[in-house]
Design a protein around this ligand. Structure first.
Ligand code: UD1
Ligand code: UDP
Length: 362
């Protein structure tokens, strides 16, 4: 069957790296890139390093408000779906590209499969939460990373068919950790020794678009008791520049600002960190998979298992809480939470069975 995979931003390219090649063993897959992320360091590097097949269509949607961006992707997808006539479309995660992809596909009367379905932070101030809920309720096949996600969908009486498959980002992290170890020179280039430094990422509008919160983030970074490697997302860079805070961070002797890193450099940097501080969803998960303690700069998370397991602490931007969390010793136990690297196989199995049923009934 012809399957269209709709991707548009950094974490989605990583997720597609797990699934696309496996899907192509049984199906004709075409990749549509929405253009939500367009800089090489947020897009192309992931196709190159992770071997994601090149996109078959580029929508060039670019940046804008959530509404503008979602609307542009929706409008651009309609003719592409009607030209390609897929039997199913696959979307990942919780971004504007995810929601627009699911909605355009459902409106075209084509079944939608959602990978990473059922995640909830229950924080509706985050655009991703609305995207998750709406995408799930527009989807026919709900492919879940965790048992918690299954329960969330059950509570909401989602109409699609629900399956636990594990987490496809875990597949990529496990498959590439040794490759990153060999190929990435990031520690030598940045002069960082194992466990001597923290890794920090921040790009949530709630943390970086609100000037007082951005200043609290900067004050917290200044107070960290070891070197800090901080690959700066373009949203964050723009906000730091606007607030006159970029130079202040750059002047802090223990802070190493870098552009967004490629996957292999980031994976190696994360693996050898003393701890990771982040407001990213994917990075919380990767910290857990790497066995590195995580401090999450948010009040809520959809990756609740990492917190329950004692490897992740939610601190918002409270500097004292951050410093206290960094003193904690990681637990002795490290249970398997995300499918052990087999999620893409499960996705393909479930999609294969579903499409076979579609073919029989048509
Ligand atoms: C988006 C997703 C978020 C995801 C993140 C992954 C939504 C609502 N947000 O947030 O869930 O965690 O991607 O990184 O879908 N920009 C560039 N170059 C680019 C892309 C963006 O400079 O290639 C700048 C633009 O100024 C843009 C800003 O970054 O306005 C934000 O980009 P956008 O894609 O709107 O949101 P993200 O913060 O990246
Ligand atoms: N990542 C990367 N380089 C960086 C920062 C993150 O390759 O400089 C990867 C990270 O390993 C993870 C993904 O990007 O696989 C997470 O994306 P992001 O934090 O942008 O989005 P979220 O997961 O919060 O939606």
């Amino acid at each position: 069957m012809r399957i269209v995979t709709i991707v548009g931003n950094r974490p989605q390219f990583v997720k597609a790296a797990a699934v696309s090649h496996k899907l192509r063993r049984e199906h004709e897959e075409l990749i549509v890139h929405t253009g939500q992320h367009y800089d090489d360091e947020l897009s192309r590097v992931f196709f190159d390093e992770l071997g994601v097949p090149a996109p078959d269509r580029q929508l060039g949607a670019g940046s804008g408000t959530n509404t503008e961006q979602t609307a542009r992707i929706l409008a651009a997808l309609e003719p592409v779906l009607s030209e390609l006539e897929p039997g199913l479309a696959l979307v990942y995660g919780d971004t504007n590209s995810t929601l627009a992809g699911a909605l355009a596909t459902a409106q075209a009367g084509i079944p939608v499969a959602h990978v990473e379905a059922g995640m909830r932070s229950f924080d509706r101030t985050m655009p991703e939460e609305l995207n998750r809920v709406l995408t799930d309720h527009a989807s026919d096949l709900l492919l879940c990373s965790t048992e918690t996600a299954l329960r969330n969908l059950d509570r909401e009486a989602a109409r699609g068919e629900v399956h636990l498959v594990g987490d496809v980002m875990a597949d990529v992290s496990l498959a590439f950790r040794d490759i990153a170890e060999e190929r990435s020179p990031i520690l030598e280039v940045r002069g960082l020794g194992p466990s001597e430094y923290f890794v920090l990422t921040a790009h949530r509008p709630g943390n970086v678009d609100v000037p007082e919160r951005l200043e609290r983030l900067v004050e917290m970074i200044e107070a960290l008791p070891a070197r800090v490697a901080f690959p700066v997302h373009p949203r964050t860079e723009a906000r730091l520049e606007q607030a006159g805070l970029f130079d202040r961070l750059e002047a802090a002797p223990h802070v190493e600002l870098t552009p967004p890193l490629g996957y292999l450099d980031f994976l190696k940097l994360a693996r050898h960190a003393r701890a990771i501080l982040t407001d990213s969803g994917g990075v919380q998960k990767e910290a857990y998979l790497l066995g590195v303690p995580c401090v999450t700069l948010r009040e809520s998370t959809e990756w609740v298992e990492t917190v329950a397991a004692g490897w992740n602490v939610l601190v918002d931007l409270d500097r004292d809480a951050v410093l206290a969390a960094l003193q904690r010793r990681p637990p002795a136990e490290h249970p398997e939470l995300y499918g052990g690297g087999h999620a893409a196989d499960r996705v393909c199995e479930v999609v294969g069975a579903y499409t076979a049923r579609l073919c029989r009934s048509s």
